[in-house]
Design a protein. Structure first.
Length: 328
């Protein structure tokens, strides 16, 4: 199975400062690590930039352990093993937001999708395969949110239901990371969590941050010009396998049980709320251009849809420039 991550970085499990230099008394630095199955890059400027980057790396380790459904320990592992687990307030908030997106997307987005992810083999370290029709039908029946029970003493999932926060965890990480940057009085920073970009603060020259959006083939098809925000992209090219010459990706339609197929290559959401942007990028991809566009609009976020023919469609008037329009 191909993943969006460059294999070269797999060995870099440690927190690794790449460049560190001084601008006045303010340290400018870049850091690189491999966490949450993703190549992580953090760069920014601030006296305590290194401390902030270290704390963000620790946060990502913690999220990976507790919220990754492929982890063999931590909160989601316990939950999916049938145990009742305590629900911290910020995770409860993320689940609440996920439920709101599920309702408004008519179930195209659903954190209870895990049984389907498992049979398609989109779990860590597994190679994908097309399941039998009967397997798909059984897994679809298990995607039932009434199996999730939340009360004051915690959360549990019953009757074979399982949850996966893969579509929102990096967005949640973005929001928590911003709090860390603020705590350490970082002047400005760019965090790249592989498809989830956080821009923070103000650049010293007052210009916009420029975030490139991948075309899925190693290039950039558009640039987003923005202030402090989150730019989150979901694309079928991020994780997929091929069988009998056909490509199957990891963004699954909980209604049909198959990878969403609607002519889209990717959806990018721009919003200050990283968790929402992450949930919506997945939801809009599964819904397709028309319904996905309406969903993005209903949440008041900006969105950029790219279809397989290279056509671009936007919602909310984002400030973008297409690579094809760039002057040399
Ligand atoms: P993202 O890259 O944010 O779009 O998230 C992709 C991940 O979300 C997948 O690897 C799955 O773990 C999970 N996922 C796939 N399909 C869905 C869906 N329809 N609803 C919610 N989560 C999904
Ligand atoms: Mg997402």
């Amino acid at each position: 199975m191909k993943k969006k991550l460059a294999v070269t970085f797999v060995g870099l499990a440690v927190f690794l400062p790449l460049i560190m230099f001084f601008a006045g008394n303010c340290k400018k630095a870049e850091f690189h690590s491999f966490k949450m199955d993703t190549d992580i890059r953090i760069s920014g400027q601030g006296r305590d930039m290194a401390k902030a980057a270290k704390e963000i790396n620790e946060l990502l380790d913690n999220i990976d352990k507790n919220l990754n459904s492929h982890s063999s320990e931590g909160m989601i592992f316990e939950l999916n093993s049938g145990k009742r687990v305590a629900l911290p307030a910020d995770i409860a908030e993320m689940i609440e937001l996920s439920e709101e997106v599920r309702e408004k997307s008519d179930g195209a987005f659903n954190i209870a999708v895990k049984p389907l992810i498992d049979i398609w083999g989109f779990s860590h370290g597994k190679s994908g395969r097309v399941p039998e029709k009967e397997e798909i039908e059984s897994a679809v029946k298990l995607i039932d949110n009434t199996k999730i029970e939340i009360s004051d003493d915690g959360i549990s999932v019953s009757d074979g239901g399982k949850i996966d926060l893969g579509a929102v965890a990096k967005g949640y990480a973005s929001d928590r990371s911003r709090e860390i940057l603020k705590k350490h009085k970082v002047k400005y920073a760019i965090l790249d969590f592989g498809g989830n970009i956080v821009t923070y603060g103000k650049k010293p020259d007052g210009t916009d941050f420029v975030v490139g959006i991948s075309d899925g083939d190693g290039g950039i098809y558009a640039y987003v010009f923005t202030g402090e925000t989150c730019v989150v992209t979901s694309g079928g090219y991020e994780r997929f396998f091929e069988e009998k010459g056909k490509r199957y990706h990891h963004l699954l339609d909980p209604h049909t049980g198959y990878p969403a197929k609607n002519g889209l290559k990717s959806v990018t959401i721009i919003s200050e709320n990283g968790t929402l942007a992450d949930a919506l990028s997945t939801a809009c991809f599964v819904l397709g251009e028309e319904k996905g566009g309406e969903l993005a609009e209903s949440f008041g976020v900006q969105a950029v849809f790219l279809d397989e023919k290279g056509k671009v469609f936007t919602v909310g008037n984002p400030k973008i420039k297409l690579e094809s329009e760039k002057e040399d």
